[in-house]
Design a protein around this ligand. Structure first.
Ligand SMILES: [Zn+2]
Length: 666
């Protein structure tokens, strides 16, 4: 297969001006319409896979890449005008593209093909081509084109109402403001640096808001139990009573929407295109895991309660919801007594990068080379080529590691150019390009950028997404890279996080930034030990949230959300939540991750299971790495995810490894 290679000219888009970007929305939409028009015109009896299904897939070629480039600039351009224009352009395209794609004639074309030559062609089409058709057919079917016109109209009205409610739900959470005031004495436990960042009221008391940078340190460090209680209770009211109303209506509309399309529940609708396949399967998975984790999770909490008894001198002390973060932090300090700042000194970014490259190139049999003479959106962003051992270019990626004004504030991988064949059955392949965006501490004149251990883990995770993008060999771009099922997409990266917790890889990833010395054994051991800290409780909590979400979206008449949440937490964690709390109103995941929150644990279970092969055959094993590349990274969404995992493991997957990993197996 011949791969395209890129020259600096191919990155000219990184210097797009406001005027350049403004032109793109009408161009993209016109081009898409023109391409669809050609497909719609074909006579039913002349429809083939290539002129209909593949043509629909190809109707995005080039256009998706352009949209993703604009989206990247919206997130990383140093120029506010560019970011703003890019944002508006993306919004315009998204809004109008729905109307363009929501086309009954495209659906008719797919149906004509289904009753026509599909019956013959399916006998010899490649498996990934068949999957492309089935997925595409389903996606269009889910738009409701098969319904009578009146019902289609109703469906659309429901979708519009849902979009409005979803905005409202998010807005009510984001706009919710509240705070507590705390005297100097009530701030005991909090560092000076934290206090200096807070505003004060007229009496000179500190104002602690519900914003995460205020909230989390306070809950972990404030000695004052009364103040922690006050702040946590306010936090549990985010979104307010009005969001409970919004949620109630959202749940009802989602259920009606699913029923109209012929699904038993909204969870069935949501999971149909995912690995779980049904709401019941997702719920059964979560409940089964819960049964196995509950005891361990409660034991973790009992340990915190014992610590509270010891620290307060009250033998009958009760562990409250506002105590968990505080005693969790205390226990961690006592048990693993290491200073995370001390650890940081061993992870200068250059060493982490070098180590990551070494690990991934050993495992996946490729090399990475920084390319000079290419200019990207900012001097901090560096371009690399991924090459075969013979020096042939496979793909490209960029790293944009440090924060700057207006830049995307978290860590993420952006796939920009998806790998794909240039033609239906061609030998030429478009080289993928992806970008990793993070916000690690910038190097200063005296210090290099030093990463915390959790940032090292993030590095390995996000770079795993990059590998997924750039090692793909899938023929169709909608199936390439990380275009897997939504509940599987994190698993390949979660699997690669394990390298942050192994002695061998850590030796490659760390070296003191001044002395180049390795992590001292005691520090290393403490660090590795700390992985399991409250892990069973953390898992239990995730499962409870997943079950809460699924229950709301699988029951015909779901229980009142607030009561459901309180009951679940009480029953499975033994923690009493205040009666007047409004947790569901502030649980933003109910919009966007609806009937999807289970996915965090779902993918973690597969990640842990996949790691068993490396654990057994060696974390630096070229053989296992090559299998991982072939089965998991290269295939993307071209076959069912479960088949990927089975192919790699050579057996049916199980949750045993996960339970063992978190310390919850018998
Ligand atoms: Zn991720």
């Amino acid at each position: 297969m011949n791969r395209t290679t890129y020259t600096p000219k191919d990155f000219a888009w990184t210097a797009w001006t406001v005027a350049d970007i403004k032109k793109l929305a009408p161009e993209i939409l016109a081009e898409k319409k023109a391409r669809l028009a050609v497909i719609k015109k074909i006579n039913p009896e002349e429809r083939t896979f290539e002129n209909t299904v593949y043509a629909l897939e190809a109707s995005d070629h080039g256009l998706t890449e352009t949209i993703l480039k604009i989206d990247l600039l919206q997130n990383v351009s140093p120029d506010k005008k560019i970011r703003d224009t890019a944002k508006q352009t993306i919004e315009t395209i998204e809004k109008q593209m729905i109307t363009v794609e929501h086309d009954p004639k495209v659906w008719a074309a797919l149906k004509d093909y289904e009753v026509g030559s599909w019956r013959e062609e399916r006998k010899y089409l490649e498996a990934e081509d068949q999957k492309l058709f089935r997925d595409m057919f389903l996606e269009y079917k889910r738009m409701g084109f098969d319904l009578p016109p009146m019902k289609q109209k109703h469906l659309k009205a429901l979708e519009q109402r849902l979009a409005k409610l979803s905005n409202e739900f998010r807005h009510n959470i984001n706009a919710h403001e509240d705070h507590i005031v705390a005297t100097e004495e009530e701030m005991i436990g909090l560092p000076e640096r934290y206090k200096q960042g807070l505003k004060k009221d007229k009496q000179g008391r500190y104002i602690v808001t519900l914003a995460y940078p205020d909230y989390h340190p306070f809950m972990e460090l404030a000695q004052s139990e009364a103040k922690r209680k006050e702040l946590a209770e306010k936090f549990l009211k985010r979104g307010g009573a009005k969001n409970m109303k919004v949620l109630e209506e959202m749940l009802a509309i989602r259920a009606e929407h699913a029923a109209l399309l012929g699904y038993k529940t909204h969870a069935d609708y949501q999971t149909e295109l995912r690995m779980a396949k049904s709401g019941d399967a997702a719920l059964a998975f979560s409940l089964d895991l819960l049964k196995k984790v509950e005891k361990g999770g409660k034991a973790d909490l009992e340990e915190l309660r014992a610590l509270k008894c010891e620290m307060t001198g009250n033998k009958k002390a009760v562990l409250h919801f506002y105590d968990i973060a505080y005693y969790g932090n205390e226990l961690q300090k006592r048990r693993f007594h290491f200073d995370s700042e001390e650890v940081r000194a061993y992870f200068p970014v250059a060493r982490v990068l070098e180590g990551t490259f070494k690990i991934y190139s050993t495992l996946f049999g490729v090399t990475f080379e920084e390319l000079k003479g290419f200019s990207l959106w900012h001097p901090d962003a560096k371009l690399y080529a991924v090459k075969t051992p013979k020096g042939e270019v496979l793909s490209y990626f960029a790293l944009d590691l440090y924060p700057r004004e207006g830049k995307y504030g978290h860590a993420a991988a952006f796939g920009i150019i998806g790998g794909r064949s240039t033609e239906f059955l061609g030998d030429d392949y478009i080289a993928p390009f992806a970008t990793m965006v993070t916000n690690f501490t910038k190097p200063s004149s005296t210090h290099p950028s030093l990463l915390s251990h959790s940032e090292v883990e993030t590095f390995l995770h996000e770079f795993g997404h990059i590998m997924h993008c750039v090692l793909t060999t899938a023929r169709h771009s909608s199936q390439s890279g990380y275009h897997t099922s939504w509940d599987f997409v994190e698993a390949p990266s979660q699997m690669l996080e394990h390298w942050a917790w192994g002695k061998k890889p850590l030796a490659l990833l760390s070296a003191h930034h001044e002395t180049s010395k390795a992590l001292p054994a005691s520090l290393l051991n403490n660090l590795l030990e700390s992985k399991r800290h409250l892990l069973r409780y953390a898992t239990l909590r995730q499962l409870i949230l997943g079950i809460f979400d699924l229950t709301l979206h699988t029951k015909k008449n779901p229980p009142e959300p607030n009561r459901l949440y309180r009951d679940l937490v009480k029953k499975h964690a033994g923690i009493i939540m205040p009666k007047d709390s409004l947790f569901p109103a502030g649980f933003g995941h109910l919009d966007g991750y609806d009937a999807g929150y289970y996915g965090y644990m779902w993918s973690n279970v597969y990640a842990a299971d996949m790691f068993t092969r490396f654990k057994k055959e060696g974390v630096m094993s070229k053989k296992v790495g090559a299998d991982y590349r072939t089965w998991i990274l290269e295939k993307g969404g071209s076959i069912e995810d479960i088949e990927l995992v089975k192919g790699f493991l050579g057996r049916k997957p199980s949750n045993k490894a996960f339970l063992k990993e978190i310390g919850a197996s018998k």
